[in-house]
Design a binder for this molecule. Sequence first.
Ligand code: FAD
Ligand code: SF4
Ligand code: SF4
Length: 340
Amino acid sequence: MAEKSYLDLKKEVWDTHKCSGCGACVAVCPADALSFAEGEMVITPQSTGYCKQATDNVPCGACYDVCPRTGDWPQETLGKYIELLSAKATFEIPHRQSGGAVTAILANALDTGLIDAVVTVTDDPWTLRPSSTVITKSDVLITDAGSRYSWWVPLLAALKEASITRKYTKIAVIGVPCVVQATSRIRSSNNDLLRPFAKSIRLVIGLFCTETFDYAGLINGKLQKKYHISPHEIKKLDVKGKLDILKQDESTISVSLSDLEDTIRPGCKICTDFTSLNADISAGAVGSPAGYTTLIIRSDIGKGFVESAVRNRKIVTDSTIDTAAIEKLASSKIKKNSRK
Ligand SMILES: Cc1cc2nc3c(=O)[nH]c(=O)nc-3n(C[C@H](O)[C@H](O)[C@H](O)COP(=O)(O)OP(=O)(O)OC[C@H]3O[C@@H](n4cnc5c(N)ncnc54)[C@H](O)[C@@H]3O)c2cc1C
Ligand code: SF4
Ligand code: SF4
């Protein structure tokens, strides 16, 4: 049977507006033939037209095999887990989003050699322009803490740089649930071309996610043109039922999500995973008191990384968790976005 190619991905995912923009197909294409163009509301990858499978009939199918939008949609709220905790970093992380636990766990892992690289998304503080990045030093990770809510970039693209180009063998991936679903497909795939990626991924940390925004639409369109806020004036963005914008002068502006509806990435409108069900550790704000991160430890690997950070006094934990609050948000995402 012929392997699937990017043409199948195009027909089933790109042309039907199901693409999440996770970027996994871009990362694993051995011909480097897939990319995302820059611009407003770029919602699917593009191809150079060359394809090992379709052009040369050489078995590949890597892009299709990793895509989280070719199979079934997850319909669980909390999913399987070993432990639920609140946690916070014991040291100063100026730009941390919640309790800084994600940064502290990964900084500890880099400093102790448990991992050698982190694949994540950072941004330029002047323009807030996001990029998929490989970080190998804990001080860089600490400087770059905080959540990025808007993009067009393929989020997982830097996995190729980390795994294939720079040959790191102990990689941690941080990502929103669609990215975590793609890494789960990479880890469990029989496709020989995906094995080097699978072997190099040691830990996957998933962030909670309700929706994300188009970078140009949100930052240049809404915030700059309508609200007259330049990206360099923004100290922190936070989404909790509305978009809170903390400015460098410490003033705050809130924008309702209904006003941002036209900047939400279309692929997010069919997404039903809030808690990153396939991660080793999931992390979010809801469920914990202010200043803490909620951690859902789902695997023995995840448990080992959290225990190491506790042992080395990089995080402190608390078992007070509002599970119902997490379930409520997760259920409402499933209800809103489930396919009819
Ligand atoms: C798009 C998005 C939507 C979210 N929505 C919710 C929500 O609705 N409810 C909720 O409770 N929590 C949500 N979160 C999670 C929350 O914002 C925090 O990321 C989480 O609580 C961890 O906080 P922390 O202080 O431990 O992380 P930090 O210590 O600040 O570390 C965060 C790490 O995540 C990385 N990162 C940031 N953005 C991205 C990204 N887009 N892709 C990959 N890596 C990234 C950073 O590089 C950093 O290493 C969302 C996060 C994102 C990115
Ligand atoms: S969902 Fe991810 S893997 Fe699938 S087509 Fe979009 S970017 Fe590629
Ligand atoms: S809402 Fe779903 S598709 Fe959109 S970024 Fe979050 S996890 Fe990905």
